[in-house]
Write a protein that binds this ligand. Sequence first.
Ligand code: ZN
Ligand code: ZN
Length: 307
Amino acid sequence: MTQNPETTEQRTPPLQAVAADTSRARTKWPTGIGLALIHVGALAALLPAFFSWSGVGVMFLLWYLTGAIGVSLCFHRTLTHRSLKLVKPFEYLTAFIGTLALEGGPIDWVSTHRKHHAHTDKDGDPHNAHKGLMWTHFEWLYRPNEGRCSPEEERRYSPDLVKDPYYRFLDRFHVPLQILLGVALFHFGGWSWVVWGMFVRLVMVYHITWFVNSAAHHYGYQTYRSGDKSTNCWWVGLLSWGEGWHNNHHAFPFSAQHGMEWYEFDLSWHTIKILKALGLASAIRVPTPEMRSRLRATPASAALKDR
Ligand SMILES: [Zn+2]
Ligand SMILES: [Zn+2]
């Protein structure tokens, strides 16, 4: 394991005045209506006509692939924070899978999240926890939001991704790719695969991801003095493949390991260890014990810091 305290966010140049982007002051109706329709589609799962056990199986498979591998491992820990390196074809494959979570393409997702770390719970944070639980859960996505990334900010926050035509392709075509997936699900399994494999799965991955921004900035405990409202929330940690150990993450954003105590189960961390053994992951970054002691929110650690 390599250890390097430098974070991607720290390398991000300070923001300058951004040209007025009026789109941020308006409601994003396509996003809001799209999210509402996906939830309505998921309600169809209550109808027996749309049930099949194979559909439930496809839902769990795609839930794991798009959420755990696509969003947590690739979008968050690999692309946003560069906490590890994946072999390039595998990075591209996992980014494609992450795009199928329909949370925006990788450039949009990574820029928004790097901005969240640069301005956590302050003005400029796309989902500032001081604006309430519902805002951080989903309202920030479609309501007027001055913290939302402009195209100019996307270029500023994610130059490493913007320069890659493959990532620009995924960003541009993330909606058509989801529709193609829906067509494939219908072809192979009929409507039950569409309802469960697409709508139910999207809603599950959405709310699990959103809980990291909402519940894991409100409920739980703070092991480290991260200087924000981020918390370690046990049930979000279990649901979100380890992402809910969010206070640890804000304290050490460069760390590939989010669950740091024996009881903080972190599925993505175990996945990373397996990928390392397979030769697919390298340059895995974690904080040193000394770095952890220095930030630990106890009187003893405060004394250590002052020495
Ligand atoms: Zn956060
Ligand atoms: Zn992060």
